[in-house]
Write a protein that binds this ligand. Structure first.
Ligand SMILES: Nc1nc2c(ncn2[C@@H]2O[C@H](COP(=O)(O)OP(=O)(O)OP(=O)(O)O)[C@@H](O)[C@H]2O)c(=O)[nH]1
Length: 334
């Protein structure tokens, strides 16, 4: 219908909680919807966008910053251009970076440029049931901020915790945010109706807007707008490092290198072209805290290798990080 506003759903949650897993699940069960997706990765290289091979969705990748603050204006222009260039879109899905706050994104979607074109379809926060209790103070503060700005929490990775620990965490979250709907899940497997049939009344008060109220956010700030801006972003507490190579890496050396990454690493992910006993193949690398996974990535098409790592600022020696991966690279065949 001309003039109808398209709902935009925000998937948020701390690094590695399962946002991409949920996004892929939604795309695999479209129920007739045509999705436009915007994937924000805090790192310089957008690994998440490379990992989403599901077809039938328009996509824009937003890298090297956080859509809630440092690249907020990019989010607005990306959505506007997606709406201009993709007639027939039914729904927009935004995967925020793992260090994004929820409420500023929801507010941004209601800026003047977009207010007549999209409406907020809900903010869903993924929480890693195993990882959340292990976060340091600053990361916990951010994860709680993401939770409080959400309409619903998906308490994900419940397969990795005992029933007693899950119960303790549920009580803790209920105490923190009384009344918040919390849905336990494994691999973000929840009924899709929970995401798409959200009653208007369920919208989180933190970002519930009425026609007359724009919380002062009917304008996305940029250089020269005249507002007094804070120059410290919450993302200053985090740092990302990336590594790329055109040459294949040796599988044995890679597996050894991954075991020697520092414990301070919060998150790492990548796609690696690996040469080993099984020949040359692409592997997806996922690391959340101390838990790492290398899996076959046959569906991906990528010439070389790329890895992104994220940690608290100054927690990782970039030279050592690069040297670790450089040492895995195989010499070009002579
Ligand atoms: N055991 C277990 N692993 C999970 C579950 N959900 C996701 N994972 C794994 O956790 C890792 C991170 O999942 P992602 O979906 O990439 O997490 P994310 O929130 O998108 O990560 P960032 O965008 O980097 O913040 C991947 O290896 C997933 O396969 C779960 O319920 N249980």
């Amino acid at each position: 219908m001309p003039g109808q506003r398209i709902p935009a759903t925000i998937l948020t949650g701390f690094l590695g909680a399962g946002k991409t897993t949920l996004l892929k699940r939604i795309l695999s069960q479209p129920a007739g919807r045509t999705f436009g997706i915007l994937v924000n990765d805090f790192g310089e290289i957008n690994i998440d966008a490379a990992l989403i091979v599901e077809k039938g969705a328009e996509r824009i990748s937003l890298s090297n910053g956080c859509v809630c603050c440092t690249i907020q204006a990019d989010l607005v222009s990306a959505i506007a251009s997606m709406l201009d260039n993709t007639p027939g879109l039914d729904h927009i899905l935004i995967e925020a970076s793992g260090v994004s706050r929820s409420v500023p994104i929801a507010d941004t979607l209601q800026c003047e440029e977009l207010a007549q074109r999209i409406c907020l379809g809900g903010v869903f926060c993924l929480v890693d049931a195993e990882g959340f209790p292990l976060l340091d103070y600053v990361s916990t503060e951010l994860a709680i901020d993401q939770i409080t700005g959400a309409d619903m929490v998906l308490l994900n990775k419940t397969d990795l915790v005992s029933p007693a620990d899950l119960d303790t965490l549920l009580h803790r979250l209920n105490d923190l945010i009384p009344g918040m709907r919390i849905v336990p899940a494994v691999d973000a497997d929840i009924p899709m109706e929970l995401l798409f049939d959200l009653p208007e009344s369920a919208t989180a008060p933190a970002h519930r807007h009425d026609e007359d109220s724009h919380h002062g956010h009917d304008h996305v700030c940029g250089p020269g707008c005249g507002h007094d801006h804070h120059h410290h972003h919450h993302t200053d507490a985090f740092e990302s490092w990336s590594w790329q190579s055109d040459q294949p890496v040796d599988e044995i050396r890679l597996r050894k290198a991954l075991r020697s990454l520092p414990a301070s690493l919060l998150r790492a992910k990548g796609v690696l072209r690996v040469r080993g006993e099984a020949g040359t193949r692409l592997l997806e690398y996922q690391q959340v805290g101390r838990r790492s996974r290398l899996t076959a990535a046959d569906a991906l098409s990528q010439a070389g290798s790329a890895v992104v790592a994220i940690g608290r600022r100054e927690s990782l020696d970039e030279t050592a990080f690069r040297a670790l991966f450089d040492a895995c690279v195989m010499e070009p065949a002579g």
